[in-house]
Design a protein around this ligand. Structure first.
Ligand SMILES: Cc1ncc(COP(=O)(O)O)c(C=O)c1O
Ligand SMILES: N[C@@H](CCCC[NH3+])C(=O)O
Length: 425
């Protein structure tokens, strides 16, 4: 459920008609609903707390900042008690700036540099999720030079097919992520001998936009077995980080509800006395946002009709990158029974992959009409860029009948000013 609905024939974000935002802020623009975001954050948190806390320690939810790292979004989640999963010093700075305490931050990613490790140790984060032997040694070395002990979890790769798009799966043996399953005991033993490392847990993340529970269950079951055997070998495992990945309905998929996910987690982790950590991104913020765009031209060719928008693949990359589906709706509600005809919805970017949808059945739309891409709150604005010297798309947060621009459109003049022409040119 979200808070984007038609009222009197006009699509609203909460109580604000989208046309108003288009007129005042311009298009393309991302629009988020505070009520939807808060609702999703609470549903996920309460589903876990209700099922897991009674059996063990309260879970920690570290929101994956990469899904949407706007300060306003992070502040809302910080107020709901969320921590952060970060994959760069930049994301860590974003999380800290939004008031997420360092002791609720986990640092994932395969290429943490010495500088990033140092910054995270200075900040005092909860743990590094370590993805390789070389990284473990680097963290030991940097922590040693700083006279500190670094807390780490080993990210293991359970070699489970997440059943999601090949480009967003992470838990198969041939993905770059994590430490190979059968090497985990040796690497853990190695970690426990390093002077500046305190190995406190195990971590995994098998992929994104999972629409079934089974791959999670298979991976978690394997990992719980590993936790038991590591404990039997004398390693005090205190954290189990189960990653993110729970999907949302974009098209006709029906991903499990957070309650069903939490039931499964409670069943699989059973009586293990440890703190569970979760790293959800999309399920928290995906349906809390849409991207609005205006039709610039309608172009008919011999074989098809193109709806050419003012938004391009640089503003919303998912369709071009993964053939991802986003529902596209007219901002003015089409008349009941309006004919729907197949169109190709494209952007202005000079790339043949700048296509949002092919053969999409759409109601009649003309130049100047507004359309909205639903479920664009996750991996939308964060993946946007300025290719073709396009202004960076702005973001707006709606709260009841008010709204605020939470990231202004970045002007081309600003971008030009960032370039430096050497004086020898
Ligand atoms: C390590 C890690 N944690 C969490 C996430 C968040 O995933 P999702 O947005 O699918 O919940 C990702 C992205 O897939 C990730 O790479
Ligand atoms: N960015 C992706 C998924 C990858 C998530 C990060 N590991 C998406 O839009 O669906």
């Amino acid at each position: 459920m979200d808070h984007f609905e038609y009222r009197a024939g006009r699509l609203h974000a909460e109580d604000v008609p989208l046309e108003r935002i288009a007129a005042e802020v311009g298009t393309p623009v991302y629009v988020y609903s505070r009520a939807t975001l808060t609702r999703h954050a609470r549903v996920f948190r309460d589903a876990l707390a209700g099922r897991i806390a009674p059996h063990g320690r309260a879970p920690l939810i570290c929101y994956a900042v990469k899904a949407n790292g706007n300060q306003a979004v992070l502040r809302i989640l910080a107020a709901e008690g969320y921590g952060a999963d970060v994959v760069s010093a930049g994301e860590m700075k974003r999380a800290l700036a939004a008031g997420i305490p360092a002791e609720k931050i986990v640092f994932s990613g395969v290429a943490k540099t010495d500088g990033e490790i140092r910054a995270a140790l200075e900040a005092g984060i909860l743990q590094f999720n370590v993805e390789s032997d070389a990284e473990l040694d680097a963290i030991d070395r940097v922590a040693g030079a700083m006279g500190q002990i670094a807390k780490v979890s080993l990210r293991i790769n359970p070699d489970i097919d997440a059943g999601t798009h090949a480009k967003i799966t992470t838990g198969k043996a041939d993905n770059k992520f994590g430490i190979a399953w059968d090497r985990a005991p040796d690497v853990y033993a190695h970690a426990s001998r390093l002077a500046h490392i305190e190995a406190t847990g195990i971590d995994l993340h098998i992929g994104s936009q999972l629409s079934k529970l089974e791959p999670f269950e298979a991976a978690f079951t394997r990992t719980v077995g590993l936790v038991r055997s590591l404990r039997a070998a004398g390693h005090p495992i205190r954290h189990l980080d189960l990653g993110g990945g729970l999907g949302i309905p974009y098209d006709d998929e029906t991903p499990p509800a957070p309650e069903a996910y939490a039931d499964m987690v409670a069943r699989v982790t059973g009586d293990l006395d440890l703190q569970l950590i979760f790293e959800p991104g999309r399920v928290i913020v995906g349906n809390a946002g849409l991207m609005m765009s205006r039709v610039v031209y309608v172009k008919d060719t011999a074989t098809r009709r193109f709806l050419i928008l003012d938004a391009g693949m640089n503003d919303l990359m998912r369709p071009a990158l993964y053939d991802a589906y986003h529902e596209v709706v007219a901002v003015s509600e089409p008349a009941a029974g309006a004919p729907r005809t197949p169109v190709e919805i494209v952007g202005p970017v000079c790339e043949s992959t700048d296509v949002f949808a092919r053969d999409r059945l759409m109601p009649p739309l003309d130049a100047g009409d507004l359309v909205a891409f639903r479920s664009a709150g996750a991996y939308g604005a964060t993946m946007s860029n300025t290719y073709n010297a396009r202004e960076l798309v702005p973001e707006v947060l709606v709260d009841g009948d008010r709204y605020a621009v939470i990231r202004p459109r970045q002007s081309i003049e600003d971008l030009i000013a960032m370039d430096r022409v050497p004086d020898w040119l």
